[in-house]
Design a binder for this molecule. Structure first.
Ligand SMILES: C[S@@+](CC[C@H](N)C(=O)[O-])C[C@H]1O[C@@H](n2cnc3c(N)ncnc32)[C@H](O)[C@@H]1O
Length: 224
């Protein structure tokens, strides 16, 4: 197991060095989170780059993130946006949100990103599809027990052909098949959802392997 973990670490290092090298802003964001004694639960650089590439593929102009922490994944995602693009990130902890705002400012993204403080379910209930349109991409990465509720509330906010991404969806689901968990319930809900076409993709982390559940919204009426 330990040997396998070190191989995965090497894979992650190889991929990150070639395709997801951190610049100063990303590196400083991690340092700042450590200085502020925040948990080390951000996405890895390689997963951050995956999020960014997915946002670019669909030409995302409006992104919604649920779970900001220090804004590390936010930076990767916001960098996929065009100049007039907008990202809204929801965070329950006001101190974390402040750290994220500082990190986003250092990355030159303060105009594009708005961090909203409060329980995400409440913030979501206040979000509407605006004149600029629905969200192109929603990244769910907050408290796992609420993932199914986040999905329910986020679906009407996502455009047809948009993406819903659920983080940390693999180990819980597999390692203890008997245990109940929020991410397992999320995986089951997504798998059964008539308007989502999905695949759970393993992603590498410094600490091993996790999963990103990637779903495309496609109304069942439009499916062939
Ligand atoms: C895994 S971290 C997010 C990591 C971040 N997306 C990244 O990769 O850089 C989860 C975050 O969700 C926040 N969170 C937990 N429960 C929440 C809730 N009910 N509403 C909003 N945010 C919540 C936590 O405070 C934490 O900052």
């Amino acid at each position: 197991m330990a040997e396998q973990r070190s191989v995965l670490k090497e894979y992650d290092r190889y991929i990150s060095a070639l395709f997801a090298a951190e610049d100063n802003a990303l590196h400083s964001a991690r340092e700042e989170m450590l200085r502020e004694d925040m948990p080390e639960i951000s996405v890895s650089a390689s997963e951050g780059k995956l999020l960014q590439v997915l946002a670019r593929i669909i030409g995302a102009r409006r992104i919604l993130e649920i779970g900001t922490l220090g804004g590390y994944s936010t930076i990767w995602l916001a960098r996929a946006l065009p100049p007039e693009g907008k990202l809204i990130s929801l965070e329950i902890d006001a101190r974390y949100a402040e750290v994220a705002r500082r990190n986003l400012k250092r990355a030159g993204l303060e105009e594009k990103v708005e961090v909203r403080v409060g329980p995400a379910l409440e913030s979501l209930s206040r979000l509407k599809v605006t004149a600029e349109g629905a969200f192109d991409l929603v990244f769910i990465d907050a408290d796992k027990e609420a993932y199914v509720n986040y999905l329910r509330q986020a679906m009407p906010l996502v455009r047809e052909g948009g993406l819903v991404l659920g983080d940390n969806t693999l180990p819980d689901a597999v390692l203890d098949p008997a245990a109940e968990s929020g991410t397992k319930r999320y995986n089951a809900a997504v798998s059964a959802h008539p308007d989502l076409d999905s695949i759970l993709v393993p992603v590498l982390r410094g600490k091993g392997i996790d999963g990103l559940l990637i779903s495309v919204k496609q109304s069942s009426a439009l499916k062939t």
